[in-house]
Write a protein that binds this ligand. Sequence first.
Ligand SMILES: [Zn+2]
Length: 248
Amino acid sequence: MVGKITGSDAKLRDEYVVHSAHLDHLGVGAPVRGDSIYNGAHDNATGVASVLEIAGIYSRLKQKPHRSILLVLQTGEELGLLGSAYFAARPTVPSTSLVANVNTDMPTLIAPLLSVVPLGAQHSTLAGPVAQAAAYLKLTVEDDPEPEQNRFIRSDQYSFVAQGIPALHLKYGNRTPDGRNNLSEQVKQWRALTYHKPQDDMNGTFDFEAGRTYVQLNFLVGYLVAQNPERPRWNPGDYFGRQFGGQQ
Ligand SMILES: [Zn+2]
């Protein structure tokens, strides 16, 4: 599913910032504790709801951003990023006109959002708008605590990277309200009990205030990219830029 907000600048409106989320989950499968329906409430209904809210903000803006915006809900992520790979390779607009992807995959809205890990932003100029948006919302930006998990290349943003398009995916950082800053421990427990299980349903924990902040953050990052006269670039000598972005 693709939605479009047309940009306000006569030239830049032919370029697009893509906000995306996957709407598939695992369907009906092996029962866990007597339940076989894999609802996917966090993974990734929260991401889809975020993109819908982001679309709502853009559509309510009286003055649209300079660049145009695409809101893309793709399928087949759980099968291996199939929908995003198809879209990134054969977009509904000229492929050279996609300037950046801001992907939303299971923000894990189970606690207050106080800090973020912008997966992939360190590879390109997208780190700039992330820092700006995070500062505006008083969020701390942290390094990836688990680089060995390779999360940057494990969700739909990577399909855009493989087409040479700078991309990122904003995850939670570790900050907690009590100052212990050990959120990853809570997330680890949640993952063990809920992630990719039928128990990822609406009976689980949802921090809707965090959801609001998450939407504002993703919107602001996309908006800042859409406003900047310069297109996002891979950092000089970056691995992904050399591999896919036509850099030396
Ligand atoms: Zn998943």
